[in-house]
Design a binder for this molecule. Structure first.
Ligand code: MF3
Ligand code: CO
Length: 253
């Protein structure tokens, strides 16, 4: 495993621009997601916003992925494909999107409640957000990725939930996915130490928190990841830079 590299100030500035467009897109989703709205209409709105702001959708065409956002509802974990399906009251919707701007990427996700959700769904969303915040707290120059993973896992599991193992956060920069991988649990290889993040490293941290089992499977469309037990999942994500003062969120407004 190679050392994790740092971005230059010029690279970070582009990633901040990409991240700002991602944040605006997700803010638009927050405002528009409601009962009877289709997920494909959200995709269309986001794509228009990204293009209008001078960005390029990072997901569309990535390994053949068809759309600019991922919409994952209830037991869907990640990579749900937008379509004619209407959102309904009580759905827990996660929306993930990525943007390239002048050759650099930003990537973030939010989970939103559609109308009034169950108590469990609300708590799941809250705990996923807390897991992300706990991860941001431990970020500093020289932090081990394992410390980030541990913060996420401890937050989720102490709330009685589980974390997905098969999908992880990741380094990000001129590619959507770079080294290192940023697991949401302390992986066997991390027990041996694992990578360290220098100042200027950029990663996407993305807890996927399940109400029931951590086990997941991929549907026949080849993309949509769902929980094995059909219980709900919440997924949130930010792209951050390791700054001397801690985590600098690049996908914030
Ligand atoms: N945010 C996710 C990730 O970083 C989604 C990208 S996968 C795509 O892996 F295929 F939808 F682009
Ligand atoms: Co990501």
């Amino acid at each position: 495993m190679g050392r994790v590299t740092a971005k230059t100030p010029a690279e970070l500035a582009r990633m901040r621009q990409a991240g700002r467009i991602v944040a605006e897109a997700l803010q638009l989703v927050r405002e528009q997601a409601a009962p009877a709205v289709t997920t494909e209409s959200l995709d269309r709105m986001v794509e228009e916003l990204i293009l209008r702001r001078g960005g390029t959708p990072a997901f569309k065409g990535y390994r053949g992925y068809p759309t600019s956002i991922c919409t994952s509802i209830n037991e869907q974990v990640v990579h749900g494909i937008p379509g004619p399906v209407e959102l309904k009251e009580g759905d827990l919707l996660s929306v993930d999107t990525g943007v390239f701007y002048e050759g650099y990427a930003g990537d973030a996700a939010i989970t939103v409640e559609i109308g009034k959700c169950s108590e469990e769904a609300r708590r799941l969303k809250q705990v996923a957000q807390q897991a992300l915040e706990a991860a941001l707290e431990v970020v500093r120059p020289g932090v081990r990725v394992a410390e980030i993973s541990r913060a996420i896992q401890q937050t989720a599991e102490s709330a009685g939930f589980s974390v997905v193992r098969e999908y992880t956060g990741h380094g990000i920069g001129s590619a959507l996915h770079e080294e290192p991988s940023v697991p949401n649990y302390v992986s066997p290889s991390q027990l041996m130490g694992g990578p360290v993040l220098p100042e200027g490293a950029t990663i996407a941290i993305e807890p996927m928190v399940n109400a029931g089992t951590h086990r997941v499977e991929v549907l026949g469309d080849g993309w949509t990841v769902v929980t094995k037990d059909g219980k709900a999942c919440a997924h949130v994500e930010h792209t951050i830079a390791v700054d001397k003062d801690g985590a600098m969120i690049l996908t914030a407004l």
